[in-house]
Structure formats: C-alpha cells, structure tokens
Design a binder for this molecule. Structure first.
Ligand code: GBH
Length: 445
C-alpha cells in the first residue's frame, strides 16, 4: 500500500525538536558560582577522553544564548530539549542553592517561549556535582533526597514555563558506563555499585515525581531511557536466549520497575549478591505514573551467546562514525515492543535520535551530510510505522542541535545538524538542518 508523503503521516500536534545537554555545549565551567561536576573532574583523568579535551568551553553556549536561540528557531522546530547543570544551580549538590544559578535557564526558557518553542528540561544529564560524589554520589541513598530538593528548586522557579521535565537521561549510561565499565564519569568499576546506583536513580525519579506533583506540577513529568532492540545473531537457541537476557538487562531492568513496579527476576538472579538493596516502599515509589516516556534510540544490538565477536562494521553493515549500525527498523520494533509489554504506556517521545558522521570538512561553506539526512529520514519513517501499529507517539527530537563534546570521544565525533568550528565558535547549519527545516515546513502545510 503506498504511503502518504512522510510529513503527512504526523498529526498537527506532533512535537518536533532538537536536543542538547548542559555539559556538552555550555562551557563556562567555572562561572557564576558553578561548582565542579563529576565530568569536569573525569576529563582531567589521563586517558579518559579520546582527545584529552574537556567541557571548559565546549560550544560556549552559555555566552551565546541569544544567537543560539535564533539558530534553534531558524530550524522551524516547536520544541527544544536541554538539560540543567545541577552544579550551576547548587555548587556542591547540597547546602546553599546558588543565587542566580537558574538565571541562565530562565533566560533560555523565556527565549524559547518568546519564539513559540516548547521547553523540555532534563534535570540530570550526568553532570552530578562533585561535592555529592565526595559523599558517595549515586551509590549513597542520601543523593536521592538531594536530587528531590534540587528538582523542587528548579520547578519552583521555572515550572510554570516548562512543557516537560525529565528527571534522568539514560540511567543505564550512568550506572553501567559510569560505575561498572568506568568509561564515563565517575569512572568506577563495580557491578555491585552499578546496580545500587541504578536503583537510586530510579528511586530519585519516583520520589521527585511525587514531590513535584505535590508542589503542583504544571509540566509533563517523565524519564528518558536509552533503549535498543536486541536481536539474536542466529536462530540458534543459545543466541535467542542471550538476546532475551540482553533485552532484560538493558530495557526491562529499567522499564519494568517504572511500569510494573518490579525488577526482572532473571536479572536479579544473575546479579545474586550484587543485587541492589531495596527498602520497603521503594518499588511503589519508582512506579509513579508518568506523563510520558522518552526513548533515545541510536542502533540495534545484535547478540550472540559467545559475546559479540564482530562489530557491525566488520560484518559489513552500514555504520555511523561511532561504528554503531544504522538500522531504522529497530526503532519501530522497539516502540512496538514497549507498547506490547507495558499496557497503558504513556505518550512516547523519541528524545534523541541521530548519528555521528565524518562531515567535519566545510567545503565552500557547506557540509553536505547526505548520510545524516538519510539516517534522519529513515528513522522518522520508523516512528511513523510504529504509530501505524498503535504506539502512542507524541514527538521526535534530533540529537543534536549542534556538534558538541561527545563525552569520552571528546570533540572527535560530530552529531550536530549544525556544524561548529571550535576555533571560532562559528555555527553553520549542515544540509541536514536544511532538510529538517524543509521537512517541518511541509509538515506544517
Ligand atoms: C546519548 O547516549 C546521550 O544521551 C548523549 O548525551 C550523547 O551525546 C549521544 O547519545 C551520542 O552518544 O556501543 O554499538 O553497542 C547514548 C548512549 C549509545 C549507549 C549507544 C549504548 C550502544 C551502541 N548509548 N550505545 S554499541
């Protein structure tokens, strides 16, 4: 059956955005009373960041707010997803809130409103105050309560103007990359710590939702998970079982507590003595009803019982500059799976989707990133396909507005639809930005 043009497959109230995070773009790492974050600290660890860079300047967004707001508006999006730097708001993560710590974000939110753009704020996109890390960080249960205080402080100032508040971005990354593999801040390597950190992240999400609602929340409240569709490498029963286990560890470990109030038993069994300490009432707190679920999707995961011997590139599959496979049907599969597994699933936003591509070269003032355009078009079509299968899709946001600090990859990987020349901080919309703008113009009709 022939489909209508892609832009006609989305309702008029669909949310279209671009996304960023504080540490990756703001810079101004030591200004206005901002405290140190665990990422500021981690970047100083030799070998932690591929190009030995840091977030001190990044995209200098903190000093370029007005022109960056105009840049966002020029794309024709109706939503901007950003994150708030906790140590900018409360230097140590405990004690005094920084006077003026939210001024920058108030200017940002007001600037979005003035341009008719929805504001989706994430409270924790990984840049925990170092002052809390010194007290045990996310492994310490007290951090849960510090997070709730911080969330309430943000809502008290900005809640009347925010359309969405996301508690955490990708708890899997914080737990597993930050505390089990140690490749991200704070660089800890302990499966037991990772499991406890994960529980505290989820608990702080639930308790924050309760507190924000008790305070009269106006914004929609939710969480953002990084999810992937897990497929077995072959039809062998061992590979099928391994894929199911990978799905349990990466998806259900997060979504089951949120939507069913329990951790998947097979993962608890696998963790054994490393399973998190859970207090009475924790699981009910985690399972607060949410106004939306945010899903970050980049690639699928091919799983074999013997572990992944071959990467996607070696298998000859199309990959991005991160070596992540380009596989748009995986997004449809994932969304349909979520809808099937969790009856009453709230509206779903794809809160991040995009790719790093080798497009650093500006030829005659242009970046012709056709691979990124194809990636975005295919994945937007995958969202439409999920919608046709009944998944309650509410929005789609491109990662990222502009090239930025790509965590352990430093500035070597470029995810932006806008090119950033770091020497001059000049922003140049890539062909993909023009494509997105034209697509949105057509959608608006
Ligand atoms: C997001 O993390 C972050 O929210 C964002 O800040 C970041 O800039 C962006 O993605 C791009 O990295 O290693 O082949 O198995 C995404 C993290 C990416 C982690 C995909 C799991 C699996 C790919 N996830 N990754 S692979």
């Amino acid at each position: 059956m022939p489909q209508r043009p892609l832009h006609h497959q989305f309702p008029s109230d669909f949310v279209w955005g671009v996304a960023t995070s504080s540490f990756q773009i703001e810079g101004a790492a030591h200004e206005g009373g901002k405290g140190e974050s665990i990422w500021d600290r981690f970047c100083r660890q030799p070998g932690a960041i591929a190009d030995a860079s840091n977030g001190d300047i990044a995209c200098d967004h903190f000093h370029r707010l007005e022109s960056d707001l105009d840049l966002i508006a020029s794309l024709g999006v109706n939503c901007y997803r950003f994150s708030i730097s906790w140590p900018r708001v409360q230097a140590l993560g405990h004690g005094e809130f920084n006077p003026g710590g939210l001024d920058f974000y108030e200017r940002l939110v007001d600037g979005l409103k003035a341009r008719g753009i929805r504001a989706f704020a994430t409270l924790n996109h990984w840049d925990l105050p170092q002052g809390l890390q010194e007290r045990g960080g996310w492994n310490d249960r007290d951090t849960v309560h510090r997070f709730v205080d911080y969330a309430r402080h943000v809502q008290a100032r900005l809640g009347d103007r925010l359309d969405g508040i996301t508690t955490h971005n990708e708890p899997w990354v914080v737990a597993v990359l930050g505390h089990e593999q140690g490749s991200f801040a704070p660089g800890i390597r302990s499966r037991r710590t990772a499991a406890q950190v994960c529980h505290h992240l989820l608990l702080s999400h639930g308790l924050a939702l309760q507190a924000l609602r008790a305070d009269g929340a106006k914004a929609r409240l939710g969480i953002v998970l990084n999810l992937s569709s897990c497929v077995p490498a072959t039809a062998m029963p061992e590979d099928i079982a391994a894929a199911a286990m990978a799905d349990a560890r990466g998806r259900r470990w997060y979504a089951d507590p949120l939507f069913k109030g329990r951790y998947p038993g097979e993962v608890l069994a696998e963790l054994g003595g490393d399973a998190p300490a859970v207090q009475p009432g924790d699981m009910a707190a985690i399972a607060q009803p949410m106004d939306y679920l945010g899903v970050n999707y980049y690639t699928r995961t091919v799983v074999s019982a013997g572990g992944e011997a071959w990467g996607a590139r070696e298998r000859g599959l199309p990959v991005t500059d991160m070596d992540w496979e380009v596989y748009a049907p995986g997004l449809t599969d994932l969304l349909v799976l979520l809808h099937r597994d969790y009856p009453g699933l709230p509206p779903v936003y794809v809160t991040e989707n995009g790719g790093a591509f080798k497009d650093a070269t500006l030829a005659r003032g242009r970046v012709q990133d056709d691979d990124r355009i194809a990636y975005l078009r295919e994945h937007i079509a995958a969202v439409a396909a999920a919608m046709r299968q009944g998944v309650p899709m509410a929005g789609y946001m491109v990662w990222s507005l502009m090239d930025n600090f790509e965590w352990a990859s430093g500035y070597l990987k470029r995810f932006g639809i806008v090119h950033v020349d770091y020497a001059t901080q000049k922003r140049t919309p890539k062909a993909s930005a023009e494509w997105y703008r034209d697509f949105l113009t057509a959608w608006r009709g």
